[in-house]
Design a protein around this ligand. Sequence first.
Ligand SMILES: Nc1ncnc2c1ncn2[C@@H]1O[C@H](COP(=O)(O)OP(=O)(O)OP(=O)(O)O)[C@@H](O)[C@H]1O
Ligand SMILES: O=P(O)(O)OC[C@H]1O[C@H](OP(=O)(O)OP(=O)(O)O)[C@H](O)[C@@H]1O
Ligand SMILES: [Mg+2]
Length: 285
Amino acid sequence: MSKLKIALQKNGRLSEKSIKLLEECGIKFPNGGGKLITESTNFPLEILFLRDDDIPQYVEQKVADIGIIGENVFAESLKNINSIEKLGFSACRLSLAVSKDVDYQGLSFFNNKRVATSYPNILSGFFRNNDIHTNIEIISGSVEIAPGIGLSDGICDIVSSGSTLLSNGLKEVVKVMDSQAILVANPDLEVNKQQILEKLLFRIRSVRNAKENKYILLNAPDEKLEKIKKILPGMNSPTILPLAQEGWSSLHSVISEDKFWDVIDELKEAGAQGILVVPIEKMIV
Ligand SMILES: Nc1ncnc2c1ncn2[C@@H]1O[C@H](COP(=O)(O)OP(=O)(O)OP(=O)(O)O)[C@@H](O)[C@H]1O
Ligand SMILES: O=P(O)(O)OC[C@H]1O[C@H](OP(=O)(O)OP(=O)(O)O)[C@H](O)[C@@H]1O
Ligand SMILES: [Mg+2]
């Protein structure tokens, strides 16, 4: 039975989190010594370590069956591959920026200007949709330097904290797209590889669900339980166990971390005590 081949970024912003995701999925593999290809010892997966920009092409050509890249690289590549799952890490945005001294009034600023970017396909599409004519200067890295050295009037590049823009005297003026890490796949996988992919996806979703949810335990007098149950949007109905102290129960449920902070005061007001919130290792839904 052939193994599924996954391409990960060798070195960079996606590398560590991509490897961590596979490890959290219980997939073990030797990783070290600069090897560019390795095999899992407990899951039918081969792992290839590549430059992220090359991954779309390799997945299209089936050198790799699947890969982890940013949505920005997916959108730029225009390859015949599918985006099959958002992975929730390496969140950033692709934005237009200009010198902080520019009196920027709107997109028409860019008419007949030069914009430096490593994302010419995304950017030309964006300007076309907005009826702006620009000259795109394609450069492969350190894009933020371009206006300062007279290469362009603006740039379009990845922004996260904004500190690279700030330290290069630039300001963000328009967001072109949001991005996060995604799993991409060749659209035409053999049946057995598709089955391995389904197993991997099941594990990835379980890991992500677990991260977004918490297990909550609390104690309350029995007469308060109905009200507390209504406040807690659980997976199904909460588990209720009697405590040794008569007239009191312990209630267990699962809650999304965001919602927990919204309802904590309501829970206390409704009579909940000894509230514990604990992480979930895996969550199968
Ligand atoms: N500052 C950031 N914060 C969050 N995510 C980012 C940031 N910069 C880039 N990313 C995301 O991580 C991906 C990889 O970024 P990185 O800077 O490592 O790429 P690269 O320099 O092109 O690497 P490679 O050498 O593999 O070609 C980007 O395509 C983007 O999706
Ligand atoms: O808004 P910020 O938080 O400053 O992040 C944005 C910067 O991060 C990325 O570069 P990276 O630091 O990965 O270096 P690279 O140029 O080698 O890819 C990106 O190309 C930006 O330059
Ligand atoms: Mg790259």
